[in-house]
Write a protein that binds this ligand. Structure first.
Ligand SMILES: [Zn+2]
Length: 98
C-alpha cells in the first residue's frame, strides 16, 4: 500500500493509495477525505491513468481545504460536491501536485 504525506493549510495529511473504495456504494468511489484523521484515500483501480490520479487527488485536497477552513460546515454535501467538482475541473490542467 503506497503512502505519501502532503501539507495542506499547514497540517500534515497522509495520502493512502488503495485498490478500491466501496463505502457501501454501487457506483465506483474514486477517493475519500477524512477530515478528523487527516487521511485522503485514492482508489487505484478506478484512477487508472496519471491524469485521473492527479485530478482525484486534487479533488480530495479541495475537500480537505474546505473542511479545515470550516467552509464544509456551511454547505450541504451536494453543494460542496458541486463546488469541488467545478474547482477540480478548472484547476486540474493548471496544478501539478508533487
Ligand atoms: Zn467529492
Amino acid at each position: 500500500m503506497k503512502q505519501r504525506r502532503l501539507i495542506i493549510l499547514g497540517q500534515t495529511w497522509t495520502v493512502i493509495y488503495v485498490e478500491s473504495l466501496t463505502e457501501g456504494s454501487e457506483a465506483p468511489v474514486y477517493g475519500s477525505t477524512d477530515i478528523d484523521r487527516r487521511i485522503i484515500k485514492i482508489a487505484t483501480a478506478v484512477n487508472n491513468t496519471p491524469a485521473l490520479l492527479q485530478s482525484t487527488l486534487l479533488h480530495e485536497v479541495i475537500h480537505a481545504v474546505l473542511g479545515i477552513a470550516g467552509v464544509s460546515a456551511m454547505l450541504t454535501e451536494r453543494t460542496e460536491e458541486a463546488i469541488v467538482l467545478a474547482l477540480e475541473s478548472g484547476l486540474s490542467p493548471l496544478v501539478r501536485l508533487k
